[in-house]
Write a protein that binds this ligand. Structure first.
Ligand SMILES: Cc1cc2nc3c(=O)[nH]c(=O)nc-3n(C[C@H](O)[C@H](O)[C@H](O)COP(=O)(O)O)c2cc1C
Length: 169
């Protein structure tokens, strides 16, 4: 799929078939994620593809929206704030920016593979870490179902670019 078509095709999908995801696709998605840039090249992330049904069930007890439970794979984006570069002045860890870039690489690669995803951040982190068996300094910052779409996305809604983009000459 051509790059701009991938961008336009990627949507948040909230209905999944149970068909398995080919292992080769998972590996290509992981390689695409690993192409992501990060501040000082710290790569303060891990990408985990959970196929194990018992572990997926525990994760779905923390994020209870049924579409997550339908997908055959759950992607976990783990971040490590102490590994990430810290901004001088306020020592703010840049981990969430780095991780967001990495996970969006994974999501776009999944789209190119004909797979569907949906970024999920609306969960209690401590509960998600406990359910997924993740220990400090690592933490789950985002989750996504990964699988084949069973429904069309909602209508596309974006602000007009005149509101969000300007050129200053
Ligand atoms: C950082 C982030 C967190 C999100 N968290 C959730 C979530 O917890 N649950 C959910 O259903 N969608 C979540 N979404 C999906 C957004 O609702 C969706 O991207 C937005 O409505 C635009 O729709 P689209 O992705 O189909 O273009 C999240 C998206 C992002 C980027």
């Amino acid at each position: 799929m051509e790059f701009y078509e991938v961008l336009k095709t990627r949507r948040s999908i909230r209905s999944y078939k149970s068909d398995p995801v080919p292992e080769e696709a998972l590996r290509r998605i992981a390689e695409a994620a690993q192409c992501a840039p990060s501040a000082c090249n710290r790569q303060p992330w891990k990408l985990v593809a959970v196929r194990n049904a018992a572990l997926r069930k525990k994760i779905c007890e923390v994020y209870r929206n049924p579409f997550l439970a339908q997908a055959p794979v759950i992607l976990l984006a783990l971040g490590n704030a102490s590994m990430a570069w810290q901004r001088p002045g306020d020592d703010h860890s840049i981990v969430e920016i780095d991780l967001g870039i990495m996970f969006e690489h994974a999501v776009l690669a999944a789209t190119a593979e004909g797979l569907a995803t949906c970024w999920i951040c609306a969960f209690e982190r401590a509960k998600m870490d406990a359910a997924a068996g993740i220990q400090a300094p690592w933490t789950v910052l985002a989750v996504s179902p990964l699988g084949y779409a069973a429904a069309e996305p909602t209508p596309y809604q974006r602000k007009p670019s005149a509101e969000t983009f300007e050129i200053i000459d």
